[in-house]
Design a protein around this ligand. Sequence first.
Ligand SMILES: Nc1ncnc2c1ncn2[C@@H]1O[C@H](COP(=O)(O)OP(=O)(O)OP(=O)(O)O)[C@@H](O)[C@H]1O
Ligand SMILES: [Mg+2]
Length: 241
Amino acid sequence: MANILEVKNLRKNYGNFEAVKGIDFEIGQNEIFALIGPNGAGKSTTLKMIGTILQPTGGEIYIDGVSVIKNPDEARKKISYLPEEVGAYKNLTGRGYLKLMAGLYTDNKKLQIEFVERAIEICNLKKRIDDKLGAYSKGMVRKVMLARALMSEPKLAILDEATSGLDVINAIEIRNIIIDYAKRGTTVLVSSHNMLEIEYLSNKIGIIDQGKIVENGTVGELKSKYKANNLEEVFLKIKIK
Ligand SMILES: Nc1ncnc2c1ncn2[C@@H]1O[C@H](COP(=O)(O)OP(=O)(O)OP(=O)(O)O)[C@@H](O)[C@H]1O
Ligand SMILES: [Mg+2]
């Protein structure tokens, strides 16, 4: 099967500091791939480059065969990107924000309505959807942002810390929504520093540490290779090695 994402020798320097040091990975259709690693490992930097927000220092990124470096406008049509932190828009209601975003995706009014309806269903905020974003809790804002990222059913959803700030029940709900979207055709790249949570969401992972992918494979493969009970143990064993 063709890969939806191919990352080759990707690098990013901030001044003299090498944040991402030549990483390679690929994601097939309908897969949920998790880039996991500790704080400062280079996850957000990598996702921003794939999301066309940040210019790589070197390497290549292909989304559904389109080069992000050579053809970012074309690549952008195939993706949605959920940043780790989302600010602004505090004066818009949840519904108002989703309508605004749907209008940025497409000029087709019918499609805009479809997107907004889908997003409202995803975030499931009931009547609070008509309250201002500024009056939402962190988790509620996160759900609206995730709904925005999924409403267009993109080829590739890039979700930086998809469930950060969510309580257990909401995190499970969001994980199930992501799994459902992956089954329906969206390929997902998610980042997390919560290694335990990722076991429930994705089966294929890349462990990133200090700008390098130190291991990748399925959760099962890595657990058996390192004789570990969970991914946290895998990571600790890699560090000790
Ligand atoms: N704009 C920037 N300028 C300089 N250094 C940066 C910048 N953004 C990130 N870095 C550095 O690059 C490294 C990787 O940061 P990044 O945000 O990609 O990590 P992360 O894996 O997403 O971490 P976290 O789990 O805390 O979100 C860190 O050392 C960070 O300080
Ligand atoms: Mg980050």
